[in-house]
Write a protein of this length. Structure first.
Length: 480
């Protein structure tokens, strides 16, 4: 190799981590290949989420003719387990298996619940559609069990998987590790959506069974690869008898955890109400074709990835995690204003910018609140902290999505009847009211998270609380 080639290689080695996203997330304790292998559990969670909310949602209503109210009920069943994520995280903190593991048994049993639910799901859905001579109650019970198992499994796997990743990663790389794990969730959702769409293009009952059960096998395979030689055996201290209520009381009184969870719930609701409305809004109000509205998902994911990368960079340079989350909420306010004004301006460009900014703000907010939960919790409560964050986020998001549908329908009906005034007789009215509610929720998020932002500098008393916006560190060097 000549000198020019050697110099080029050395230069690429030096700038690579700075250019490639998350290339610097690895460390001596958790090398990047091992971290990428561990992150496969997020791919399976994303795959299950897309299968439930996207693919099967459409298949049940369109191809199988299942009533919409029953589909909505089935899809809401996994939400039942979201509040139990804190308890799952706590148990993984304190559990000691006979093999010397804490986290691995919970991830494994969560994987088995996902596998079991996906294995029986296609048969249950076929019976639920009425394609049987037996009583329909069997299909309803089997479908409910399948959705419950998948929901319990993905909540367990994600909660304990995140806790395992934070156990393995050193403190200085955790912001980048969190960003990588969140990005892998987006990758899993994107790849799965494309794969399921292609595989079910020519729909048949046999193809549905093959695709869903194939997803079950892939879930087990990827999670086994992810867990292989990740958690050491036989190096754990004897189990400490701790009651969940005592542990929760200790956690809730540390670092203003209740306020942080409230901010997480408000922000998650503020960013999630639009989940089922953006594509219909683009189609009905801005008259975008199907291909253009489908591309919104990619734009949202791209914005989220950029937000995660920016948050990881800021947090690695010492930025306050609560401040990063607050900035994400402010970006979300700007984003929803752009989406609202896209209708009177009849601008698809402004709408696209707003959608990308929703992803950007959501990425900043999610990374900031998750990192804050990890940083403020004691090592022995790390699983409990991440479980509480996941419970607040998932529960609020699920309830917000459900509420947005009802609010949009009611507002649209009132607008069409003229009750809201002649000026608001428009298909955009219902959507606009939902987006305004989201803006209000995000402003409330900023108000709640503001007192959590702390800044220390020479001449300032340590721990003094600063307002999020007026803080002199809002544009500090850590943010640049």
């Amino acid at each position: 190799m000549n000198r020019a080639s050697a110099a080029l290689v050395k230069g690429l080695m030096r700038v690579g981590p700075g250019i490639l996203p998350f290339a610097d997330a690895g460390s001596a304790e958790l090398p990047l290949p091992r971290l990428l292998r561990l992150s496969l559990f997020q791919v399976t969670v994303g795959m299950a989420a897309v299968l439930l909310i996207g693919t099967l949602n459409r298949v049940m209503i369109v191809e199988l003719g299942v009533p919409s109210w029953l589909v909505a009920l089935m899809l809401s069943l996994p939400l039942i387990f979201a509040p139990f994520r804190a308890l799952i995280g706590f148990r993984s903190d304190t559990h000691r298996s006979v093999l010397g593991w804490r986290r691995v048994p919970y991830i494994w049993f969560g994987t088995m619940m996902q596998f079991g639910g996906l294995a029986i799901m296609p048969f249950a859905l076929l019976i639920l559609s009425g394609d049987t001579t037996g009583p329909i109650i069997i299909g309803q019970a089997a479908a409910a069990l399948a959705f419950l198992l998948v929901g319990a499994g993905l909540h367990t796997v994600q909660t304990v998987g995140l806790a395992l990743a934070t156990d393995l990663a050193p403190a200085h790389t955790r912001p980048r590790v969190v960003a990588l794990l969140c990005a892998m969730l987006l990758v899993g959702m994107g790849v799965s959506a494309l794969a399921f769409g292609a595989l079910l293009a020519n729909f048949s009952a046999i193809r549905l069974i093959q695709v869903v059960q194939g997803a079950a096998v892939v879930t087990v395979a990827l999670n086994c690869i992810a867990l292989w030689k990740q958690e050491a055996r036989g190096e754990l201290a004897p189990a400490e008898e701790v009651d969940f209520r005592d542990a929760w009381r200790r956690f809730a009184t540390t670092g203003r955890a209740r306020r942080r969870l409230l901010a997480t719930a408000l922000g998650a609701a503020g960013f999630s109400m639009q989940d089922i409305l953006l594509e219909p809004y683009g189609g009905r109000v801005l008259h975008l074709p199907v291909g253009a509205t489908t591309a919104l998902t990619a734009m949202l994911a791209f914005g989220s990835g950029v937000g995660l990368a920016i948050a990881a960079r800021w947090l690695t340079r010492g930025a306050d995690a609560h401040r990063v989350a607050g900035i994400g909420a402010i970006v979300g306010v700007i984003a929803f204003c752009a989406v609202i004004f896209a209708a009177p301006a009849d601008s698809s460009t402004l709408f696209g910018v707003g959608v990308a900014l929703i992803g950007l703000g959501g990425g900043l907010f999610a990374h900031g609140t998750m990192t804050a939960s990890m940083e403020t919790a004691e090592p022995k409560d790390r699983g409990l902290a991440l479980g509480a964050w996941g419970a607040a986020q998932a529960t609020a998001a699920g309830l917000a999505i459900a509420a947005s549908g009802f609010l949009n329908d009611i507002a649209t009906s009132l607008a069409a009847s003229g009750v809201l005034g002649e000026a608001l007789i428009s298909p955009a009215t219902g959507y606009g009211i939902v987006y305004v509610v989201e803006i209000i929720l995000l402003f409330a998020t900023v108000a709640v998270i503001g007192p959590l932002v702390r800044f220390t500098q020479p001449g300032v008393e340590e721990g003094k609380e600063f307002d999020l916006i007026t803080s002199p560190s809002f544009n500090s060097g850590a943010m640049r």
